[in-house]
Write a protein that binds this ligand. Structure first.
Ligand SMILES: Cc1ncc(COP(=O)(O)O)c(C=O)c1O
Length: 350
């Protein structure tokens, strides 16, 4: 342990990709951006470089607004897309529905219309059904916005065709679509696609998530529909997400988007999830509850086993009733760390 560290620097966890630290290249980028003075609030050289990179990745029409965190990004984007009489269609697993306290309602006055899904994925049929029953009825919340997350909260990914089908249906009912891409890099790694392919699906605004994939902190709102660009600087400020020392968020994204680091890290965490899955998929007593399509593995196993595993490893019980657990890999998870988990699972199952 380093003399200054207050924690064991070799401790690892499978609880969340938020538990991991900062990739060394990103830490270097922060250090390099330090020293001297730069204009505050986003008018700095790193933010201008980020503008160039975002335009290269998403197309010339794309504008970007780096923010501190994912909850803030969601609230800003949904506020931009949703009028006062509007409501947001999402799933019952959605991060905005389950994991952001009352922020959507309290901060932005957003009404959510959640639908149940088995795999965390919204479909055109869900959108159609809500629109057909609510649209035009002044007593009902008017669906105006679709919230998707890619990767979903259950670790699954929409295909590009599924995204196109959703945005096409949304548009046919006059709705806009926001994609929460807290783990968009993992989805691109899984789908073998580029960020430009995601931009081409007809999404209006998305978040490019950095924190869960090697950044110290930072998410980047990307506005793909220019109709919403004008309002964003104001919404970011009045939702408390404009950083004064903005250069340090932009500098992280610049390093992350350079030489494909974002994709290399996401591919690695996805590979670790696949590695775990391949090594334990045949074991009796384990049932995979979702397909492994990202850096998360959802499975159920007898409670006595997960209780024993909890004594050695950090991970979340996803459903205490069914014994479903969630294991999440990070950019710095190693095969050896996964092996220690596999060995423990095998030992306890026998
Ligand atoms: C899909 C998704 N969206 C948004 C967030 C919110 O991010 P933050 O905790 O930075 O507010 C998370 C965090 O886990 C997430 O998983």
């Amino acid at each position: 342990m380093s003399s200054k560290a207050l924690h064991n620097r070799s401790h690892f966890a499978f609880a969340s990709d938020n538990y991991s630290g900062v990739h060394p290249t990103i830490m270097d980028a922060i250090i390099t951006a330090n020293g001297g003075h730069q204009t505050a609030y986003g008018d700095d050289i790193y933010s201008r470089k980020l503008d160039e990179l975002i335009a290269e990745c998403f197309g010339q029409q794309a504008t970007n607004y780096p923010v501190f965190n994912g909850t803030g990004a969601n609230i800003i984007a949904l506020s931009a897309l949703t009028p006062r009489h509007g409501a947001v269609i999402c799933t019952t697993n959605a991060h905005i529905y389950n994991d952001e306290s009352n922020a959507p309602a309290y901060v932005a006055g957003l009404r959510l219309l959640p639908v149940k899904t088995a795999d965390g994925k919204l479909t055109p049929a869900h959108i159609k059904s809500i629109c057909q029953s609510n649209q035009g009825n002044p007593h009902a919340p008017q669906p105006t916005t679709v919230y998707l997350s890619q990767v979903t909260e259950l670790g699954t990914c929409y295909t590009l065709d599924e995204l196109i089908a959703i945005t096409t249906t949304a548009k046919s009912f006059g709705l806009y679509t926001y994609l929460d891409g807290a783990r968009l890099a993992n989805a691109c790694a899984y789908l073998g696609c580029n960020l430009s392919d995601i931009a081409a699906t007809g999404i209006d605004i998305l978040t490019l998530g950095g924190t869960k994939n090697g950044l110290m902190m930072g998410e980047c709102l990307v506005v793909l529909n220019p109709a919403f660009d004008g309002i964003m600087p104001y919404l970011r400020k009045n939702h408390l997400q404009l950083a004064s020392k903005h250069r340090f968020i932009s500098a992280q994204f610049v390093a992350w988007l350079t030489d494909g680091l974002w994709l290399t890290l996401a591919r690695h965490s996805n590979q670790m999830a696949q590695y775990l899955y391949q090594k334990i998929k045949q074991l009796d007593g384990i049932k995979f509850t979702q397909p492994v399509q990202s850096n998360a593995v959802f499975l159920s196993l007898p409670k006595v086993i997960s209780q024993k595993l909890h004594q050695e490893f950090s991970f979340y019980d996803w459903n205490a009733q069914t014994g479903e657990i969630r294991l999440v890999m990070s950019f710095d998870t190693t095969a050896e760390q996964v092996d220690t988990l596999i060995d423990a699972i095998k030992e306890y199952l026998h």
